[in-house]
Design a protein around this ligand. Structure first.
Ligand SMILES: Cc1ncc(COP(=O)(O)O)c(C=O)c1O
Length: 381
């Protein structure tokens, strides 16, 4: 990244400039993809690249760029998926230890916590992440707290500064899943979080063509622990995927800005739609997370929770009637997608049966609205 002495670079500039090769006459502007499983090496190994499961050039470029965006002191640790990142971060819970998790969070992260409970006698405490007193009480005697805000799919907003401070006082390691917010909207390491994790699959890569994860920390000892875990467990990302993710990252600020603006506008219109029972988006003044998000976040995100009038059958009918919106799981791509979350038997039972999780993309907002409006009307008829 170019050095500018007078002022720190803005996130948009970091997204475009970080992780590029050194400027040399005739050199490439983008890093090359190095497809090599091994590196020339003999004698006692030093710091050089040796074998791709433990490190490769293409990772380093992405790891530097993401660390610059999150404001991390250490390079990111890229992983084969967001779940590989969750597994690596939660490996810090000792056998017989205590893990605090949100009652609503990415369902597979919660499944992973349950698996830890079953196999390693870990006590899992599920909390309402928006209820600060409840979370702080659960931190007593805990080892690790997985914090997710806004939560998937309920969009609850946590008081991250208060929770991170309370965890630090009690010696509890905090792992913040920053997938929904992205580093453009909140940077938990600056609040004192120990680890930030991402499903890079979502906004960071941004084009629904890559599955990848990443971990970030300011603590070199934790970074070494996470890198060691990755090498031992082998959950690595391929160089092609990492290169694609870095290309996606170049437009993160543009995509997030547009998707958030689209989401806020659609949420505002949905709140007045006759075929809508409830809409959740932190941008709405009546949303339970609005005040906190306004105070703590640099945006409201681009995920909407929608409960059409008429229950789960109406929600399924809306999905079926949409033409532009893509019925699909996952989120954070340039295209708008949605799904009824309780179609998964594994989703938390406190998530309403009729909740549609909508990932708003970067299309024209009027086209998105016209499609939604006709689908809601068709489902209601
Ligand atoms: C908030 C959140 N964290 C983690 C994950 C897991 O990421 P991946 O699917 O890349 O393994 C997801 C996936 O949907 C997610 O939404």
């Amino acid at each position: 990244m170019p050095e500018m002495s007078s002022q720190p670079l803005a996130p948009a500039t970091i997204a475009v400039t970080a992780g590029r090769p050194a400027r040399v006459q005739g050199g490439p502007v983008n890093p090359p993809i190095v497809l090599s499983s091994t590196y020339v090496s003999q004698g006692t190994p030093g710091d050089e690249l040796l074998y791709t499961r433990s490190g490769t050039e293409t990772w380093q470029d992405f790891e530097a760029a993401l660390a610059a965006l999150e404001g991390a002191a250490c390079p990111a640790v890229v992983m084969g998926s967001g779940m590989a990142a969750v597994a690596a971060a939660l490996a810090a819970v000792p056998h017989g230890g205590v893990l605090v998790v949100p009652r609503h969070a990415y369902q597979v992260s919660l499944g992973f916590a349950d698996d830890l409970a079953a196999r390693h006698a870990v006590e899992v405490r599920r909390v309402d992440i928006a209820d600060t007193d409840q979370v702080v009480a659960a931190l007593d005697g805990a080892d690790v707290a997985l914090l997710e805000s806004p939560t998937n799919p309920m969009l609850e907003v946590a008081d991250l500064p208060a929770l991170i401070a309370a965890a630090r006082e009690r010696g509890v390691r905090t792992v913040v899943d920053n997938t929904f917010a992205t580093p453009l909207v909140q940077r938990p390491l600056e609040l004192g979080a120990d680890v930030v994790l991402h499903s890079v699959t979502k906004y960071l890569a941004g084009h629904s063509d890559v599955v990848m994860g990443a971990l970030l920390t300011n603590d070199p000892a934790i970074e070494a622990e996470l890198r060691g875990y990755r090498t031992l467990h082998g959950a690595i990302a391929g160089p092609m995927e990492v290169w694609l993710a870095l290309r996606g990252l170049r437009t993160l600020h543009l995509r997030v800005e547009r998707a958030q603006a689209n989401a806020a506008e659609l949420a505002r219109r949905l709140a007045d739609h006759p075929a809508v029972a409830e809409v959740r988006h932190p941008s709405l003044p009546a949303d339970p997370g609005h005040d906190r998000a306004t105070r703590l976040m640099g945006g409201y995100g681009a995920i909407i929770g929608l409960r059409p009038a008429g229950g789960a059958a109406a929600a399924d009918a809306v999905v079926a009637a949409l033409r532009l919106w893509v019925p699909a799981t996952s989120l954070g791509g340039v295209e708008s997608t949605l799904e009824r979350r309780r179609r998964f038997a594994t989703e938390s039972l406190t998530v309403p049966e009729d909740l549609l999780r909508m990932s708003v993309g970067v299309e024209d907002v009027e086209d998105l609205w016209a499609d939604l409006d006709q689908a809601l009307r068709a489902a209601a008829a």
